[in-house]
Structures are given as structure tokens and as C-alpha cells.
Design a protein. Structure first.
Length: 111
């Protein structure tokens, strides 16, 4: 596992999955991008519909190219009911964007 992959994994927890489901309800969509900021004391997670983000002319081209397709279309194995783009912003200025694929483990569970 690469260093950046380990760093991203350390940020993905139940709070991120909860944010995804709340955003699904709010936006009535599962095609979302969730932003996580390392070291954010409030642990505030921002979610944006992917299409809305793509329509923003200020979106950096490297991110636009990455999220041009829904996370569920990135890989044929991305079939879970919880599939979204995650953009991780690290305290040292590094960033990463990855497709997250999670499945509910138990009825009523989050992921």
C-alpha cells in the first residue's frame, strides 16, 4: 500500500459514510463528491453533487478529469450501494481523490 493510500484510508471512517448518506438524502442523489480535510477540528465534511461540481468553472482541471465519470463507473467492481468520490486534503498541502466503494454490512447499518 502506498503512503498516500494509507493516508486516505486513515481519513475514511464511519463519519465519512454517515456524511455520504446524509448528503444522499439532502441532494436526492448518490452521485456525490465528499471532501475531507485532515486535522479539521470540527471534522466538517462537505458534500457536493458531482455534476454541480463539474459545472463550476473554477474547478481545477486535474480534479475535473478525475471525476468526469461517476465513481460507480470507474471500475466494473464498483457495485456497492455506497459509491462516491472522496477528495482528501491533507495538512501538508497534499491532496488525493479516490473512488470509495462500500457495502452495508447489516440491515440498518451504514457501511
Amino acid at each position: 500500500m502506498s503512503d498516500i493510500e494509507a493516508r486516505v484510508r486513515s481519513l475514511v471512517g464511519e463519519d465519512v459514510i454517515q456524511a455520504f448518506w446524509k448528503a444522499c438524502d439532502h441532494f436526492d442523489s448518490r452521485d456525490l463528491v465528499i471532501f475531507v480535510v485532515e486535522g479539521d477540528v470540527d471534522k466538517s465534511l462537505n458534500a457536493v453533487p458531482r455534476e454541480k461540481l463539474l459545472a463550476d468553472p473554477a474547478l481545477p482541471e486535474f480534479l475535473r478529469e478525475k471525476i468526469v465519470k461517476p465513481a460507480s463507473a470507474v471500475n466494473f467492481e464498483m457495485t456497492a450501494d455506497c459509491t462516491f468520490w472522496l477528495v482528501a486534503l491533507f495538512a501538508d498541502g497534499e491532496a488525493a481523490s479516490v473512488a470509495i466503494n462500500a457495502r452495508r454490512l447489516t440491515p440498518g447499518g451504514n457501511a
